[in-house]
Every structure is written in structure tokens, then in C-alpha cells.
Design a protein around this ligand. Structure first.
Ligand SMILES: NC(=O)c1ccc[n+]([C@@H]2O[C@H](COP(=O)([O-])OP(=O)(O)OC[C@H]3O[C@@H](n4cnc5c(N)ncnc54)[C@H](O)[C@@H]3O)[C@@H](O)[C@H]2O)c1
Ligand SMILES: N[C@H](C(=O)O)[C@H](O)COP(=O)(O)O
Length: 320
């Protein structure tokens, strides 16, 4: 099987150490290839430089972390991003996409990036991996899903200011989010008839127009229309009461209207095991659900569980 390519992410963050832990946990079962600068790996991690994805064999993996070297401008200081390294972080993501699109790798698992460090250091034009990967894939429509055993959530708008949400959230955007989520649940999660719950935008889903009008003016109508087209949808539901255990049992994924409405419930329920999956790409991409954690980088205390789950899920999707 082709390896899962794991990007280094921000070298000043916890990405390199959790990738090393993930290799130690998964080396027997999942071939992986770390793409980055070996100078950024924690001291003592056994690694072996390979020159192509094909060389990242199970035999190599059994004795060391296979590394496809990507030379960065500088070494890294844990907890403090180096501006000169920002372009390397961006280039590694693009190189990983090349590997998967040329069929040399089975999937991509990205370690966390620090968005502001990339913007400050290299004028990175994208607010996150999700948007950058969509551009690298030729400008396809994508959605960001965070998934765990307990919950799958998708925000209809992603990395934008809260004040921009009501304008950015249009019937076209919500329809596309529902369509991509539905297809992703079928193809990547193997759910034949996905049930999708959709939140309202306003408190109490607008409470009949008393607390906002978007639910009445178009969200409910779009949901009804798409139900007649065969989608198994519920909503608009008040966001505050759609994430308790009994409610979660009634759907396969929840679509919320903005970033925190979707991500607070899953990171509260399952921060250690949540996985970020981009749906709509022509290749598989997963990521841990947490960020660069500068406050604990280099201390050996970062929990690798979300990274391990992200690699496992990428492998499961690739072999489905
Ligand atoms: N996939 C990604 O690239 C990704 C995901 C989320 C956040 N980010 C970025 O990461 C940067 C920092 O974001 P943040 O501070 O909001 O969130 P964060 O997830 O980096 O940290 C939040 C808190 O959780 C702790 N934490 C995070 N991961 C942990 C782990 N594996 N083990 C133990 N504790 C852990 C941190 O120490 C911190 O206290 C931002 O630039 C953000 O955009 C990137
Ligand atoms: N929005 C995500 C989160 O808060 O977990 C995170 O920033 C990752 O986004 P990308 O995968 O687009 O970098």
C-alpha cells in the first residue's frame, strides 16, 4: 500500500513530535511518510531519509520514521515561529498534494499550521489548509468536517469574522455544503443514506422570527426543497439543543452556520480524538483537530491521539 504522507506543519509547534509518536504507534499497521526538515524532529527520533514515496516501505517504517526531506531556511525554536520558515511550511503542503495527485501517496494528513505565522512570514493568502487545498486542487468546492465517534460537524462558513457570516451564508453556499457533506458521508464514510441535521443561524433558530429572520426567510425553505429532492435533512434546529446525546443519535452529521457553532461541541466532547477531514477534494486529507499548541511545544507532553486518529482515518478512507 502507498504511504499516507504526513506534512510537518509549523515546525515550532507540536507537529513534529506528534508525528513521531504517531509513527511509533502505527508503524506496524500503516505505512507513513513524513515530509519536512529532519532538523525539526525531536532529538532521538529514529528516522531514515528516503528519496521517493515508494521507498517508504514497511521494512523502513519498521525500523525508523521514513522522511522525505524538505529543506527549510532555518532550524526551529519550539514555541516561537521563525518567519524564514513560513514558506517551507506552505511548500510542504503543496508537495504533499503533488504526491497524492500523482498517485505516489494514498492520502494526506496535515500537521497543524499557524495561520498568522504564515501570513506574517510569507504572505500566505489563505485562512487555513482547507482553502489552500481547494485552490491547489484547482478551485473545487470543499467543506471542513470535524469527525469523531461521537459527532460529525460541518460549518457552512469557515474562517471568516462572525460579522461577515450573515452575508456569506447564502442559499447557494448552504445547498453546496449539504450536497458535499451528503456525498462525503456516502463515499468517504460509507453511509448509504446519510441523515443530516442543520442548525439555525440565530438563537432558538429564530424563534418564529422573534430573534432573527434567516430561518423563516430562506433556510427552512431550502431544507424543505432539498427534502423533496431526496436528502434526509432535519432543521433548522436550535444550535444549543442539537448536540446532546439523544439528538446526536438521530443524525450522521450536523451542519452549523459558522465555525464556532460547529467546532465548540466536538472539541468539548472529543478534543483528543477529533479529526479534521476536508470533503470535496479529489484526494483524501485529514488532520488533527487541534492547533500548533506553542504553549507546550517541545515539552514532550503533547497528546498524539488526534494525530493518530487522523492517520488512521486517512488510511481507512484510502482502503475503503
Ligand atoms: N489543522 C490545523 O492546521 C489547525 C487546527 C486548529 C488550529 N490551528 C492553528 O493553531 C494555532 C493555535 O491555535 P489555538 O491556540 O487556538 O489552538 P491549539 O489547539 O493550538 O491550542 C489550544 C489549547 O489546547 C492545548 N492543546 C492543543 N493540542 C494539544 C495536544 N495535542 N495535546 C495537549 N494539549 C493540546 C494547547 O496546549 C492549548 O492550551 C492557530 O494559528 C490556529 O489557527 C491549526
Ligand atoms: N478551523 C480548524 C479548527 O479550528 O480546528 C483549524 O483551524 C484547521 O483548519 P484547516 O484545516 O483549514 O487549517
Amino acid at each position: 500500500m502507498k504511504p499516507i504522507v504526513v506534512t510537518c506543519g509549523e515546525p515550532a509547534g507540536i507537529g513534529p513530535e506528534i508525528a513521531a509518536h504517531a509513527w511509533a504507534a502505527l508503524a506496524d499497521s500503516i505505512p507513513m511518510l513524513w515530509l519536512g526538515d529532519p532538523r525539526h524532529l525531536p532529538a532521538g527520533v529514529p528516522f531514515e531519509v528516503v528519496h521517493s514515496a515508494a521507498q517508504a516501505t514497511q521494512q523502513v517504517s519498521a525500523r525508523a520514521l521514513p522522511v522525505l526531506e524538505h529543506r527549510f531556511a532555518a532550524t526551529a525554536t519550539t514555541g516561537i515561529p521563525t518567519a524564514a520558515n513560513a514558506q517551507g511550511v506552505i511548500d510542504v503542503i503543496a508537495r504533499a498534494v503533488d504526491l497524492v495527485q500523482s498517485d505516489q501517496a494514498a492520502a494526506i494528513c496535515t500537521a497543524p499550521i499557524h495561520k498568522k505565522a504564515l501570513k506574517d512570514g510569507a504572505n500566505f493568502a489563505y485562512p487555513g489548509h482547507t482553502e489552500y487545498l481547494a485552490a491547489l486542487a484547482g478551485g473545487c468546492d470543499v467543506v471542513m468536517m470535524l469527525a469523531s465517534e461521537q459527532l460529525r460537524v460541518v460549518p457552512a462558513t469557515i474562517h471568516i469574522a462572525l460579522s461577515d457570516v450573515p452575508t456569506a451564508l447564502t442559499p447557494e453556499v448552504l445547498r453546496r455544503t449539504i450536497e458535499i457533506t451528503h456525498t462525503g458521508l456516502q463515499k468517504q464514510f460509507g453511509i448509504a443514506q446519510p441523515r443530516i441535521a442543520i442548525s439555525g443561524l440565530n438563537p432558538h433558530a429564530g424563534e418564529g422570527g422573534a430573534m432573527g429572520i434567516e430561518e423563516l426567510s430562506w433556510i427552512a425553505g431550502l431544507i424543505s426543497q432539498m427534502q423533496t429532492e431526496g436528502y434526509a435533512l432535519q432543521g433548522p434546529m436550535p444550535a444549543d439543543t442539537m448536540f446532546h446525546a439523544a439528538a446526536r443519535a438521530r443524525y450522521d452529521a450536523a451542519i452549523a452556520m459558522y465555525h464556532d457553532q460547529a467546532l465548540i461541541p466536538i472539541k468539548t466532547l472529543d478534543f483528543d480524538l477529533g479529526v479534521n477531514v476536508t470533503l470535496g477534494l479529489p484526494f483524501i486529507r485529514t488532520s488533527p483537530d487541534h492547533g500548533t499548541a506553542f504553549d507546550i511545544a517541545g515539552q514532550g507532553i503533547a497528546n498524539p491521539s488526534s494525530m493518530i486518529e487522523a492517520i488512521r482515518l486517512a488510511h481507512k478512507m484510502a482502503t475503503r
